[in-house]
Design a protein around this ligand. Structure first.
Ligand code: AMP
Ligand code: ZN
Length: 133
């Protein structure tokens, strides 16, 4: 989709702090993380939200969400994680390309959903450390 920022990221036209990629899915750090390691997982093919996504694409993305979450748990490491997926402006969706948030959680740490503007150098270093195949 022409004006979709996540399509542009998927196509490599806009840089991202990539953590994981295969032929159908991309995962990258959120630039306004709720917690350290906050990662977005998207299908490369555009769909606007959950209800606009076919079952096959959804199954592929969910398998990737599981794979990336398992990796983050050991590689960060974190103690737990939330999966968040917003649908529609009323639900807080700001980017109209299906995406799943993986929000790492740390024992004794904050358990909120507040974005913190990320430090670009720190995000780059973290993505370099977390990237896997
Ligand atoms: P949502 O509110 O579910 O639509 O979440 C969209 C998320 O995308 C927000 O958490 C933003 O911080 C994040 N975001 C927007 N642009 C970028 C980008 N270029 N790279 C990484 N994350 C982004
Ligand atoms: Zn898109």
């Amino acid at each position: 989709m022409n004006d979709c920022i996540f399509c542009k990221i998927a196509a490599g036209e806009i840089p991202s702090f990539k953590v994981y990629e295969d032929d159908k899915v991309l995962a990258y750090l959120d630039i306004n993380p709720f917690s350290p390691g906050h990662t977005l997982v998207i299908p490369k093919v555009h769909s606007s939200c959950l209800l606009d996504t076919g079952a096959d694409t959804l199954a592929t993305v969910m398998a990737a969400v599981r794979k990336v979450a398992a990796h983050l748990k050991t590689a960060l490491p974190c103690d737990g994680f939330n999966i968040l997926q917003n649908n529609g402006e009323a639900a807080g969706q700001t980017v109209k390309h299906l995406h799943f948030h993986i929000i790492p959680r740390y024992q004794g740490g904050a358990l909120d959903f507040v974005p913190h503007p990320g430090d670009m150098a720190e995000l780059a270093a973290l993505a370099d450390r977390l990237r896997f195949q």
